[in-house]
Write a protein that binds this ligand. Structure first.
Ligand code: NCD
Length: 316
């Protein structure tokens, strides 16, 4: 097993074999999580602190459950109540926590690059739980595991990522991961929601769902990230749903066995039809949540192994 990193800050530095290592270990944790007795000891004695500077439901809950199942002492910093309110900087807060000797720090922050910066200042393993519109590596890994289990492979698939690409760290991490594993990635969305220079990432770009979805094996929908928009990116939600909202009719353009994904939280009736999202024959949205816990267990387990006995050539 090889995973030669001290932190998990993004998909960018990971080799394809390291992605496979995380997913293989996560498969074992899926089995453990389906048993009534779910405890393992990979993080026994270690302290995990979750610092979420942005709202989160599933990611935070999932990291918390993952740590507890592996025996860590898990603490959620109540960021709303912390000294940040009193003007303390991110780095001061991190240094204060660092002095309490945590082993794993899970961080979500609204600014791209903030988590990387923090990782340079502390001496524990840092996991990026989403930084601005930059990366969200555990989301891409859980999406990859979901795809691999549903399709039986993670290469040479046609994968369509649809919607608000410009503001999405989920899209960015997925584009990197799916590209490294040699899939064909197509992005579909209005030109106003497509980041400049995105074609350099080796993707195809469409602004029409019928064209972009043709023959897709996987259809990944994204939320309109209104909190990151400062004005008129779309004419109206109604119009957006009409052109880009996924319903059974548009899904018919994809391959017959295509699966439907969404990282959550979903806006039913904006980017996806509620009935389709709940259709267990097409939608794997609940599986994504299940895989999230297993992938986070695997990622923290691998980082903890490097903490306890640094592997040859661990990159800090
Ligand atoms: C995503 C995020 O926070 O980037 N959600 C998640 O982690 N499940 C996507 C989103 O907020 O739309």
């Amino acid at each position: 097993m090889s995973f030669s990193h001290a932190h998990l800050l993004g998909i960018e530095p990971l080799a394809p074999s390291e992605i496979t290592t995380v997913l293989d270990l996560a498969d074992q944790y899926v089995d453990l999580n389906r048993r009534p007795e779910k405890h393992a000891e990979a993080l026994q004695g270690l302290t995990q602190i979750n610092m979420f500077f942005e709202a989160s439901t599933r990611t935070q809950a999932s990291f918390e459950i993952a740590g507890q199942r592996l025996g860590a002492d898990v603490m959620n910093m109540a960021m709303q109540a912390s000294s940040l309110k009193k003007g303390e900087t991110l780095i001061d807060t991190a240094m204060t926590l660092n002095a309490m000797h945590p082993d794993l720090l899970v961080v979500r922050h609204p600014h791209s690059g903030a988590v990387d910066l923090l990782a340079q200042k502390v001496n524990c393993a840092v996991l990026n739980a989403g930084d601005g519109r930059h990366e969200h590596p555990t989301q891409a890994l859980l999406d990859a595991l979901t795809i691999r289990r549903a399709k039986g492979r993670l290469h040479r698939l046609n994968i369509a990522i649809c919607g608000d690409i410009a503001h999405s760290r989920v899209a960015r991490s997925n584009i990197l991961l799916l590209g490294k594993m040699e899939n064909r990635v197509r992005l579909i969305g209005p030109p106003t929601l497509m980041p400049a220079g995105i074609r350099d990432f080796g993707v195809e770009v469409f602004d029409d769902m019928a064209e972009g979805l043709r023959g897709a094996d996987v259809v990944m929908m994204l939320r309109l990230q209104r909190e990151r928009m400062d004005g008129g990116f779309i004419p109206s939600e109604r119009e957006y749903y009409f052109r880009y909202g996924l319903d059974a009719e548009k899904l018919a353009f994809a391959a017959p066995e295509a699966i439907v994904m969404h990282p959550g939280p979903m806006n039913r009736g904006v980017e996806i039809d509620g009935e389709l999202a709940d259709d267990i024959n097409r939608s794997v949205i609940q599986e994504q949540v299940e895989m999230g816990v297993a992938v986070r267990m695997a990622a923290m387990d691998l980082l903890a192994r490097n903490l306890r006995a640094p592997a040859e050539g661990v990159m800090v």
